[in-house]
Design a protein around this ligand. Structure first.
Ligand code: SF4
Length: 363
């Protein structure tokens, strides 16, 4: 645990962003022309953008400190930047002084957390991604209809905890394909699977196929739970990995969708794939003999961090940057209702589907 400038305890504080270092990497000769394949879409999704803006606007509107339960999104650069502006990240609501403002992160919360905040008379702003809320609603509906739910997701992930909390007595977590053999259900006739929004599509379908072998009457979710942004970024990196010898994925280690991009790149042709928070983590030896480098970023990564990777690769001789586009994204989500007006009560231009797409966000 570290402390921030006002002396209050805060959690989840990471290293301050290292200053970009130029000319650190050497331009060594390789067979063929050096190039970068830059995946698109990459970086910020609509849910992350909304959540980050929610904290920024809460700080504008109510003043610092604004408390945030867990990391607002799983990116250390975003978190440290918001901390510098006065956000305080806490593990749970009982750490927050009564009557304060608290923002719930994009990953969502269980109803018990909402109740805990109310009990402490906190002013809660819910920045849960609407696509996570959709899964919460599915869980509640199947719970109401007496279904057992098999939730495919990663144990301990905040989104999984939040979703399980909406149907705690009927949900069984399926953490990996290896779990399938040991699952016990009461009534296979009323059984449905749901999933975390940020999984590998291919691995999830593998798990579902194994589940269906055991439980042939298993029902599918009403719509895809793995969100559009996760799917789009995986499709784009597959295309890149078919041609790139090395793939660099920008994003934090606790970002599920980022880590999946590394897996997907390796499964689809890349000989090596590495995750970096910052360009300064790229190692010279990764580039030995490499003509084509693929680059992408997770859904919680501001574009400035990708640009710094491209700058360092330029120093290493990768001047030719080719965009590999597999989808266009223009989805926008309205801000939480508490933040749609400014201090004077006027509609905010970013309030109602009015997100400004800021690929160059620098915090
Ligand atoms: S990755 Fe998907 S579910 Fe998660 S915040 Fe982004 S859009 Fe929402």
């Amino acid at each position: 645990m570290s402390t921030i400038s006002n002396g209050q305890a805060a959690v989840h504080i990471g290293a301050i962003r290292p200053a970009p270092q130029r000319n650190r990497l050497k331009d060594t000769p390789v067979a063929g022309a050096k190039r970068v394949l830059l995946a698109a879409p990459r970086g910020y999704c609509a849910g992350v953008d909304r959540a980050v803006i929610a904290v920024e606007k809460a700080l504008d509107r109510f003043g610092a400190p604004v408390y945030v339960r867990k990391q607002i999104v799983h990116n250390i650069h975003v978190v440290t930047t918001l901390e510098a502006k006065g956000a305080i990240f806490v593990d749970d609501v009982d750490e927050v002084p009564e009557g304060s403002h608290i923002v719930f992160s994009a990953h969502g919360v269980a109803p018990s957390v909402v109740a805990g905040a109310a009990a402490r008379q906190l002013d809660a702003i819910d920045a849960t991604c609407p696509l996570v809320t959709k899964v919460h609603r599915e869980a509640m509906r199947f719970d109401r209809d007496d279904y057992e739910i098999l939730l495919i997701g990663h144990a301990g992930h905040e989104e999984v905890e939040g979703t399980m909390g909406h149907a705690p007595d009927r949900t069984t977590l399926v953490n990996s394909p290896a779990d399938v053999a040991n699952i016990v259900v009461k009534n296979p006739e009323k059984l449905v699977w749901l999933s975390q929004t940020t999984l590998s599509v291919d691995e999830t379908m593998l798990t579902v196929n194994l589940l269906r072998e055991r439980f042939p009457t298993l029902q599918d979710p009403p719509s895809d739970d793995i969100c559009y942004a996760t799917q789009n970024r995986q499709v784009a990196i597959k295309k890149v990995a078919e041609q790139a010898e090395l793939v660099i994925v920008v994003g934090s280690a606790n970002s599920s969708n980022t880590v999946r991009l590394v897996d997907v790149a390796l499964e689809n042709g890349a000989k090596a794939a590495y995750r970096v928070d910052y360009a300064s983590e790229i190692q010279q030896e990764w580039l030995d003999g490499i003509a084509t480098v693929g680059v992408t970023s997770g859904a919680s990564v501001p574009e400035v961090l990708v640009q710094e990777v491209l700058d360092e690769l330029l120093d290493a001789g990768y001047a030719d940057v080719e965009r590999v586009t597999t989808a266009e994204e223009d989805l926008m989500f309205s801000l939480p209702k508490e933040l749609r007006k400014d201090k004077e009560g006027n509609d905010d231009e970013r309030g109602l589907g009015g997100r400004v797409r800021r690929l160059d966000w620098q915090g």
